[in-house]
Write a new protein. Structure first.
Length: 158
């Protein structure tokens, strides 16, 4: 069975990576779909985000990294996937994630959303926290793969 893991991944963190690697054990294949959202200014280009994820998941065989625009359920349909995976860090994620899952059911009720709880030691991690730390010159090497830490340091020139 295939699963679609959609997100902005701007950039990928060890929290995302943990979810991807656990999903790759649970499912036959994982399609990581990187959202190109014209309404949200991203730090990294879509091409760079895809390269970052590809490099970080080099040792995982059953993974594909793609980009998409528009609705996640349309992307799921395009890749013939019936399960969407999302991660839960805390109660604050739950409300938002539940709303999206319900909305997606109203758009296409043959697609299910499943959730994996984050490892507790990754529960503080988000792409925006990583950027905030990097922006002020803090060390992010325990939060993101090395290539991404380098990218962040060169973007924020620290
Ligand atoms: P979006 O902008 O769609 O929320 P993100 O790239 O921020 O995309 O996150 C994609 C998915 O990964 C979401 O389901 C989010 O809850 C989950 N996620 C983000 N950070 C972590 C983490 N530290 N541990 C586990 N899951 C996470």
């Amino acid at each position: 069975m295939k699963v679609l893991y959609p997100g902005s991944f701007d950039p990928l963190t060890f929290g995302h990576l943990d979810l991807i690697s656990r999903a790759s054990e649970l499912f036959g294949s994982v399609i990581v779909s990187v959202l190109e959202n014209p309404n949200k200014k991203s730090t990294f280009s879509i091409e760079r985000r895809i390269e970052q994820i590809q490099e970080a998941t080099d040792d995982i065989a059953n993974i594909e990294v793609v980009s998409y625009k528009g609705l996640t359920i349309d992307c799921a349909k395009q890749y013939n996937v019936e399960i969407i995976l999302r991660g839960l860090r805390a109660m604050s994620d739950f409300e938002y994630e539940l709303q999206i899952a319900h909305t997606n059911r109203t758009l296409n009720n043959s697609i299910e959303t499943i959730f994996l709880a984050t490892e507790s030691h990754h529960s503080f991690l988000s792409s925006s926290v990583v950027k905030e730390v990097a922006m002020f010159g803090g060390n992010v090497e325990h939060m993101v793969p090395r290539m991404i830490a380098k990218d962040l340091h060169s973007i924020f020139k620290v």
